[in-house]
Design a protein around this ligand. Sequence first.
Ligand code: HEM
Length: 411
Amino acid sequence: MSCPALPDGFDFTDPDIYQQRVPLPEFALMRETSPVWWNAQRHGVAGFDDDGYWVVTRHADVKAVSTNPEVFSSNTNTAIIRFNETITRDQIDVQKLILLNMDPPEHTRLRQIVQRGFTPRSIRALENALRERATRIVADATSGGTGNFVTDIASELPLQAIAELIGVPQGDRAKLFDWSNKMASYDDPELAITEEVGAESAMELISYAMNMAAARKECPAHDIVTRLVAAEDEGNLTSDEFGFFVLVLTVAGNETTRNAITHGMHAFLTHPEQWGLFKATRPPTAADEIVRWATPIVSFQRTATRDTELGGAAIKEGDRVGVFYSSANYDPRVFDRPDVFDITRDPNPHLGFGGGGPHFCLGASLARVEINLIFNAIADAAPDIRLVGDEPRRLRSAWINGVKEMRVRYA
Ligand code: HEM
């Protein structure tokens, strides 16, 4: 199906477009003219031999897909772009073993177990440790005068949060951070990380986590790993499952939060009245508006398990269906003045953490805490922070709405 209003050959998964901008005007056009649209093109996307995919752009339709796993399965490949079936080693198909790519009832069983690591109590316990971290990260960055906000501040806290969560000792953290960074963003040639290196790092991370789990079984401690793997016969995680879970946490919790923080800072600095308001009132609603505004994950993908209908479109069994959170979060049917960055927006039913189904972001509360802590620390220690130099440099990725470099002066 062609869309006469779009330039010929336009592809919503073309990473070259996202290196310049998120195609918000094109999403707006789709929402109004062809809300569920068959995009027959794919540019620069390796690992796909199909002839197209559905682009779902309205808030209500993204929710409808996300909350109906029976018809829209996660089992084939949830990321439209990468994170595909290429990470295989020793006959292990990573794809099928991770939470994001499971369907109920398998997903339900695993999710119930891992959720135990994300209780309000464990997040509260983490919050104190992370507050200290956030203060230190900002103090270190600001002592330099100017710098790259992405590497100085935004990258640090999410990695520390995951390390704290799973109890990685200080001495091993540099290793964990190195693997995480190598697994991420390898769509961007400038980062010079090959798929091979990404896969290798994933395997190293998994095996590190498996060893950690095995050690806790031998010698239990008072931490989340112990709680998750304590007793297999009580239906807890096996060491293997724990290994893959840590992989998901690292992939899902790292770049997402980093980019929420970077885009959030950019939004504040280009909307100085909102930064002033934040400094004066510190509203708890700010974190969700930042996630809506930034929408760090552009889309996820499902596969239709049977012929069905959505938003007037006839979807066939086996079709790939892309749910575009970046579009849903600017849908004027749901958000009053969606193009306005308003940190007091409430309610804010954004879909930045997913469309509300069984895969809804497990780390949403933790991400909110991290965003809150870091902006509070910046407001305290670097209230006059400002942008300097060129426009932020964007990541070449159609899946992550990412920034590689954003130059700032801290005082
Ligand atoms: C799933 C976004 C932070 C762990 C997801 C999904 C999205 C998302 C869109 C998929 C939802 C779906 O398919 O319906 C984000 C954003 C974040 C963030 C925007 C930061 C601003 C985190 C953090 C963690 C985390 C900090 C953990 C440390 C997960 C996990 C899943 C997930 C484990 C898979 C859940 C499942 O399949 O059941 N996230 N996330 N995320 N996220 Fe997050």
